[in-house]
Design a protein around this ligand. Structure first.
Ligand code: G3P
Length: 215
């Protein structure tokens, strides 16, 4: 299972990279806007920190505009994955990109049917939004299970990039469902380290050692 950070914050990315477990990064227009920086500049800065896939989303909503923007983004660095929304134009752009050898992340996926479209259009990854499905009273994790099953049934090459993960448990459940990648906020990645028994155990080890040898 690959771990991505869902952020455009450089400090968070530097810390994640220093842990040696960071496989990539996903951004979206909201995350870039939160940083208050120029989009392409930030994408370039991220390529200097993250050694792995970096999703950069187009702002155009028509296929022609998506293709123009996406080609420019893909030219920034070999690790850029062009992110397009799961609309008719997005799927059209995805089909064209995949024929050109440009890797695509089809985002804003909320149903297994949409995920099939992304796979048929040759998407490199599809991003189902677990938390937002939960928010709307449906079962986000079931969406991941369904997509993983369907992709397996047909040996689709598209990978499942579980997004909108809000809790450590979301990450664990995605792993159980067989999602290829989980993209998560920094707090969730940091939360994966935590267990009270680890802290208590370490404290006890050091206490015992010091008691025996510090005389
Ligand atoms: O990768 C998609 C993600 O940024 C959405 O997360 O928490 O805003 O639903 P959230």
């Amino acid at each position: 299972m690959r771990f991505f950070l869902d952020t455009a914050n450089l400090e968070e990315l530097k810390i994640g990279a220093s842990w040696g477990i960071l496989d990539g990064c996903t951004t979206n227009p909201s995350l870039i806007a939160k940083e208050g920086v120029k989009f392409e500049d930030r994408v370039r800065q991220i390529t200097e920190i993250v050694d792995g896939d970096i999703s950069a989303e187009v702002l155009a909503t028509d296929a022609k505009g998506m293709l123009e923007e996406g080609r420019k983004l893909a030219a920034i660095h070999k690790n850029i994955v062009v992110k397009v929304p799961l609309t008719k134009d997005g799927i059209q752009a995805c089909s064209a990109f995949s024929k050109e050898g440009i890797r695509v992340n089809v985002t804003l996926c909320f149903s297994p049917g949409q995920a099939i479209l992304a796979a048929k259009a040759g998407a490199y990854v599809v991003s189902p939004f677990v938390g937002r499905v939960d928010d709307s009273g449906w079962d986000g994790m079931q969406l991941i299970r369904d997509i993983c099953l369907i992709y397996k049934n047909y040996a689709f090459k598209t990978q499942v990039l579980a997004a909108s993960l809000r809790t450590v448990n979301h990450v664990i459940e995605c792993g159980k469902a067989g999602a290829h990648i989980g993209t998560m906020p920094f707090k969730v990645m940091e939360g994966l380290f935590s267990h009270p028994l680890t802290d208590r155990g370490l404290e006890q080890f050091l206490k015992d050692y010091n008691k025996a040898f510090s005389k």
